[in-house]
Design a protein around this ligand. Structure first.
Ligand code: IMP
Length: 185
C-alpha cells in the first residue's frame, strides 16, 4: 500500500538553528590554522543536496577576512525515502584539489554514518592538511559505523525529520524549522 507522509511537530526552531549555526562558525574559524602569511584558508565541502541549506548559512557566519572556498560533492546512498542502504555512489566529484589544504566537510545529518564514513575515507586519501566535519544534526544512537564529527549542531532522537535541507521523498527541504514526519498507510 502506498505510504503517505504528513508534517509533524517542530523539533528544532529556525531561531535555535540560526543561533547554533553562528556558534559553530565561530568555533570553526577559531580552529582554522593560519598559514605563513597569516591567512586562514578553508575549503568547505558540501554534500549535495541536503547540506546546501545549512552550508550557505554557516559560511556566511565565517569572518570575512578568512579565505573561504566552497565546493560540492554529490553522492547517493541507495535506499528508500527513510533509510539509507549503505551502498554509496559518487555522481559529482570536487573541482578543487584538496591536497595540503584545510578542509571542512559539511553534512545535514549523520544517521548510521555509512555515507559519511565512506566520503571521509575518500577525502582523507587525497591528503588534505586537515579534515574536519560539521553536521547540523546527529542521530548518534543509530550509528553503525564510527565517524568523526568535530562540530555538531544538535543531537536528535531516532525520528525521521525534514527541513533546513532535509527531505522526505524530495519534499520539505525548504522548511526553515526542523520538523518530524508522520506516516499514514
Ligand atoms: P547514513 O548513511 O545512514 O548516515 O545516512 C545519511 C543520509 O540519510 C543523510 O545524508 C540523509 O540524506 C539521509 N537521512 C538520514 N536520516 C534522515 C532524516 O531524518 N531525514 C532526512 N534524511 C535523512
Amino acid at each position: 500500500m502506498e505510504q503517505r507522509y504528513r508534517l509533524g511537530d517542530v523539533l528544532i526552531s529556525r531561531g535555535e538553528i540560526a543561533k547554533k549555526t553562528a556558534e559553530l562558525a565561530a568555533k570553526v574559524a577559531a580552529d582554522t590554522p593560519q598559514d605563513a602569511d597569516g591567512n586562514r584558508e578553508l575549503i568547505v565541502v558540501g554534500i549535495l543536496t541536503g547540506a546546501v541549506f545549512f552550508l550557505t548559512d554557516l559560511v556566511r557566519e565565517l569572518p570575512e577576512d578568512m579565505d573561504v572556498r566552497v565546493d560540492f560533492m554529490s553522492v547517493s546512498s541507495y535506499g528508500n525515502e527513510t533509510k539509507s542502504s549503505g551502498v554509496v555512489r559518487i555522481f559529482h566529484d570536487l573541482k578543487t584539489n584538496i591536497e595540503g589544504r584545510n578542509v571542512l566537510v559539511v553534512e545535514d545529518i549523520v544517521d548510521t554514518g555509512r555515507t559519511f564514513a565512506y566520503l571521509l575515507e575518500l577525502l582523507q586519501s587525497r591528503n588534505p592538511a586537515s579534515l574536519r566535519t560539521c553536521v547540523l544534526l546527529d542521530k548518534s544512537a543509530r550509528r553503525e559505523t564510527e565517524v568523526r564529527v568535530d562540530y555538531c549542531g544538535f543531537n536528535i532522537p531516532d525520528a525521521f525529520v525534514v527541513g533546513c535541507g532535509l527531505d522526505c521523498a524530495g519534499m520539505w527541504r525548504h522548511l526553515k524549522d526542523i520538523r518530524t514526519v508522520r506516516t499514514q498507510s
